[in-house]
Design a protein around this ligand. Structure first.
Ligand SMILES: [Zn+2]
Length: 253
């Protein structure tokens, strides 16, 4: 089996070298290392590849996460991303989160998030790169903005939004990613049941904590198993299909 973890925050994973070894054992052959801010983007660019092996490659993605945006560093971060477009396979993690902190109540905080998201979507369109999108509490806005920006390949990461937003995602040929939460989250499962395998990829969002356990890329097996059960397919079939999807999205051989 060959599996691709399409979204992980590797700089935050404890004892990453060992974690990568365990990932290889379960069949992970590639990981997309996503950045969240200026510092993590630097790590993704300069350090992440060092943890790759002959059996598992690490691919860089640069982004600016909507949660806890440091307003004073927005321009600097976006220009770092812009300068490195040729060296990355995707933009991310980016998006909107209307449930985070002040964004719950403040229109201006949401406005800042949308401004950042729009700028990065434009970079994605210009460079023809896919985007890994965080959309909590802002599902429809995220989908609409990706469409408006003319982005061709988008993954709505860990998608758990309303079905109207899913319909648009599928109409535009975009993707959703399944995380280990697919084993227990009602909202996430509802989405995966209604999304064809052709539009699903897998990820761990490591080191997010699921059901009391911090994720690492080897836990992609939990996402794989849950999707296989929801779809009534074998794990091999789901691995093959989702890996093929990921290769198509990130354009690697
Ligand atoms: Zn993430």
């Amino acid at each position: 089996m060959e599996i691709i973890d399409t979204h992980a925050h590797l700089e935050e994973v404890e004892d990453l070298k060992e974690a990568i070894r365990r990932a290889v054992k379960v069949g992970v052959t590639a990981i997309i290392a996503v950045g969240s801010d200026y510092e993590s983007n630097l790590w993704v660019m300069h350090e992440s590849w060092k943890y790759g092996t002959s059996r598992l490659r690490i691919y860089p993605a640069l982004g600016l996460h909507p949660c806890g945006l440091n307003v004073s560093r927005i321009d600097e971060t976006i220009s770092l991303i812009e300068k490195n477009l040729d060296n990355i396979v995707a933009l991310g993690e980016v998006g909107l989160d209307y449930w985070y902190g002040d964004a719950r109540k403040s229109d201006s905080v949401r406005g800042v998030q949308r401004d950042v998201f729009r700028r990065i979507l434009n970079l994605a369109r210009m460079s023809d790169k896919p985007v890994s999108i965080h959309s909590r509490g802002a599902w429809m806005d995220c989908v609409d903005m990706a469409i408006e920006a003319g982005v061709k390949r988008a993954i709505f990461h860990w998608f758990s939004g309303p079905l109207e937003a899913l319909k648009k995602i599928l109409d535009y040929g975009y993707y959703v990613s399944a995380t280990p939460a697919a084993a227990y989250s009602k909202e996430h499962r509802k989405i995966l049941v209604r999304t064809p395998l052709e539009n699903i990829v897998l990820e761990t969002d490591s080191p997010v904590v699921y059901a009391g356990e911090a994720a690492e890329p080897a836990h992609i097996i939990k996402a794989l198993k849950a999707v296989a059960e929801l779809k009534g397919e074998s794990m091999e079939t789901v691995a093959e299909k989702t890996t093929e999807n990921a290769r198509k999205i990130f354009k690697f051989g």
